[in-house]
Ligand binder design. Structure first.
Ligand SMILES: *Cc1c(COP(=O)(O)O)cnc(C)c1O
Length: 389
């Protein structure tokens, strides 16, 4: 019997959908900085930026206080402003669209593919106007968006591509590591992401112009070097205080050492889920393109509602009752009341909207044990079989 009907849950304690891996190595790294002369704006930031840029295979990396601030910086560096339009996916965290609003531009949503759940390049073409300035593709769940088509569209219309790679650190597209493809690429170091700095984010780019603009933007628009008087500095642009601290960078430096292992563990869990659910009637496993290698930030199970007696809410509640920390990623961004007030209407992206009704996120994070993974599989089998038609 299902736990929701008074039966015994698949596991005793609650398994969250994602969490960080912080070990003694990380703690030592942070303590080292706390004992050093600089706890913010010291040498650890630059060291982290260099190491990160090398990992991704780009020339420059500019660290920010969080991924959202980094996206704000990227929109500014790209020259996006008042009256411009920026195209992004409706299926993402709100920050991917909010960053356009921060600089006075209008987010425009292009519908997703029904199979990869990523933004559909054909839909991007349909919404391009004379006001379009940039595209912000999101590598949803860790599977890269179709970067080669997106870059072709951007070249044709002279647009800047800012990739939201908060989910796809370590993923590849046609053999290239994510971060090396777009004009600017953003990664987040929030604790549920691949590596963490507590809060933190970064932009990587091969353009020195973008890198310089980003550095100014994150530090009040102030320049300090190259003046005759040693105390002198000048504010040359309106900037923010969006700096990462050295304490955070120290954590990032030790985390990045473990990144390959983290990705490997995520891939193993995804593989277990795929094998377990590929032939389970009532669910659809995530489709992967041949040219992409996901880094599996999220694992999304789609419900084949025609084969089930109940809707998503009931499946969700039943899995929670089994102590599985399922979630839903994401509510279409323009459904939020704030966007509704701005004039966005339901029906804008029909594929994203109907897809949203059928999805459930299963737990996936490197610290999960085989027993944890098995308990998720057991719970899903139990609940789905119970509600099969
Ligand atoms: C996490 C996330 C962000 C924002 O990153 P923060 O570091 O939390 O500000 C942006 N976009 C997507 C898709 C994310 O998942």
């Amino acid at each position: 019997m299902l736990a929701i009907h008074g039966g015994k849950p698949a596991r005793e304690n609650y398994l969250s959908y994602g969490k960080q891996w912080v070990d003694d190595n990380d703690i030592d790294s942070v303590i080292g900085i706390l004992k050093s002369p600089y706890i913010t704006q010291g040498p650890a930031i630059e060291e982290f930026e260099e190491k990160f840029a090398r990992y991704v295979g780009v020339k420059y990396a500019v660290a920010f206080s969080n991924g959202t601030a980094a996206l704000h910086g990227a929109c500014h560096a790209a020259g996006v402003g008042e009256g411009d339009e920026v195209i992004t996916s409706p299926i993402t965290f709100a920050a991917s669209a909010n960053c356009s609003l921060y600089v006075g531009a209008k987010p425009v949503f292009a519908d997703i593919h029904n199979d990869t759940y990523n933004i559909n390049p054909e839909k991007i073409e349909e919404v391009i106007s004379s006001k379009t300035k940039a595209i912000i593709p999101v590598d949803f769940t860790g599977q890269p968006a179709e970067m080669s088509s997106i870059k072709d569209i951007a070249n044709k219309h002279n647009l800047v591509v800012i990739e939201d790679a908060a989910h796809s650190l370590g993923a590849t597209y046609s053999g290239s590591k994510i971060g090396s493809l777009a004009d600017m690429t953003m990664f987040s170091f929030h604790p549920v992401k691949h590596i963490t700095t507590g809060e933190g984010g970064i932009i990587v780019t091969d353009s020195i112009e973008y890198a310089e603009k980003l550095r100014l933007f994150r530090s009040h628009g102030i320049i300090k070097n190259n003046f005759k008087e040693p105390w002198y500095y000048e504010m040359v642009d309106l900037g923010y205080n969006y700096r990462m601290t050295d304490v955070q960078a120290a954590l990032g430096l030790s985390q990045i050492e473990k990144l390959e292992k983290f990705i490997e563990l995520r891939r193993e869990i995804a593989q277990c889920y795929n094998e377990a659910f590929a032939h389970l009637p009532g669910v659809i496993i995530p489709n992967q393109l041949d040219c992409t290698e996901s880094s599996w930030h999220l694992y999304i199970l789609r419900l084949d509602t025609h084969k089930l007696k109940v809707n998503r809410l009931e499946i969700f509640n039943a899995l929670r009752a089994e102590n599985i920390g399922v979630h839903v990623h994401y509510i279409p961004v323009y459904w939020h009341p704030y966007y509704e007030k701005l004039g966005y209407k339901k029906g804008l992206c029909p594929i994203a909207e109907s897809w949203y009704e059928e999805i459930i996120t299963l737990p996936i994070f490197p610290k999960m044990s085989q027993k944890d993974t098995d308990s998720v599989i057991e719970a899903v089998n139990k609940v789905i079989e119970f509600y099969q038609k």
